[in-house]
Design a protein around this ligand. Structure first.
Ligand code: TYM
Length: 337
């Protein structure tokens, strides 16, 4: 099984990225051939400062490694180090219905926030599909917000194969029946961990770099504390049972505490007896227990710039070999010499 996923280097990574996606990346590196990358072309949609773009790319790579990605097991690379992705993006785009892009959540959300869309934002799912299809991925571990993009990638792979592969039958995409041909582009599937599919931010909306409501994995201690203490709660008095478990503080405790400790929290939350301030302190402790070792590694790795670049170059070389193989077939199929 081939596993592939990426994170955008559009800001510092946060615990939503971790629980929604990156924790699975680390687990899956033992279960198949894993490709993980830093989506630094995608990040250009929001990061327009070249120095910052480079720094955030490097920071995302450090984050992967600090969280336990092992470059001996998984291929770690920068999206921009494999130029074929831009070529496939174009070729694939020629079979993508504009109406699909118009109903993409990411695009519609940004427009709803009053952001005036550039072509890059509009075409973003096509580049993401190219990321996935270029490496013939089977499974793509992601949070819930990315499911639609992976469904698009599947649909467009079918469109491409139907158009360009003689004998391709969408009902038999792997060409198992006699007379049918396997597609050139393999159909990927989203791999979503239901319990962590959407991690809430400190204001209760989805945790997101663009909402500024994140808990950064490698943020400054003081800032983490301030943010945890400002998690949105209602005004239930200390001794009273909390009116609802539909609260970001409750969800974050559930994510970060060991099961036995969370069971205690769950009981007092529903029965009364503790105030939100106590729970926030508990969450802060849990944050440091959970991410302490990774934060330590991050500090160490940051100091060694040569090693990081060597890992990324090695990853790019391995990813390129796979990209060349696929693009040979794609170019031949469409008639590009
Ligand atoms: P990005 O950078 O926004 O997020 C990276 C991963 O983190 C997950 N995630 C969350 N999961 C649960 N709760 C949250 N609050 C939360 N916030 C983020 C995302 O679902 C994602 O899995 N378009 C992608 C990057 C990308 C990509 C790809 C992913 C580019 N090409 C190809 C997979 C395959 C993105 O912007 O993710």
């Amino acid at each position: 099984m081939r596993i592939l996923s990426g994170v955008q280097s559009s800001g510092r990574l946060h615990i939503g990225n971790y629980y929604g996606a990156m924790r699975q990346f680390v687990q899956l590196q033992d279960q198949g051939e894993a490709y993980y990358f830093i989506a630094n072309y995608h990040a250009l949609n929001t990061v327009r400062d070249p120095k910052l773009a480079q720094e955030l790319t490097r920071d995302a790579a450090l984050t992967y490694l600090s969280l336990g990605l092992d470059p001996k097991k998984a291929i770690l690379f920068r999206q921009s180090d494999v130029k074929e992705v831009a070529e496939l993006y174009w070729i694939l785009g020629t079979v993508v219905p504009q109406s699909n892009l118009e109903r993409a959540h990411s695009y519609k959300d940004k427009v709803a926030q009053g952001i005036s869309p550039d072509f890059g934002l509009f075409a973003y799912p096509v580049l993401m599909a190219a990321d996935i299809l270029l490496y013939s991925a089977d499974a793509v571990p992601v949070g819930k917000d990315q499911i639609q993009h992976i469904e698009f990638a599947r649909d467009w792979a079918v469109k491409f194969n139907t158009q360009y592969v003689p004998g391709y039958d969408p009902a038999d995409p792997e060409g198992k029946e006699r007379g049918h041909s396997p597609g050139i582009l393999k159909l990927p599937a989203a791999h979503v961990q239901e319990s962590t599919a959407t991690v809430p931010g400190i204001d209760g909306r989805k945790m997101s770099k663009s909402y500024g409501n994140t808990l950064e994995l490698f943020g400054e201690e003081k800032d983490i504390k301030k943010r945890i203490m400002s998690i949105k709660t209602d005004s239930t008095p200390v001794e009273a049972p909390k009116p609802t478990t539909d609260a970001p503080l409750y969800d974050l405790l559930r994510l970060m505490l060991p099961a036995a400790e969370f069971a205690e929290v769950d009981a007092t939350w529903k029965a009364g007896g503790k105030g939100y301030g106590d729970y926030k302190k508990k969450l802060l402790e849990a944050f440091h227990t959970t991410f302490g070792p990774a934060r330590q590694r991050y500090a160490e790795l940051r100091a060694d710039t040569g090693e990081l670049e060597r890992i990324l170059q090695d990853g790019a070389q391995r990813a390129r070999a796979e990209a060349h193989r696929l693009m040979d077939q794609v170019r031949r199929a469409v008639g590009i010499p």
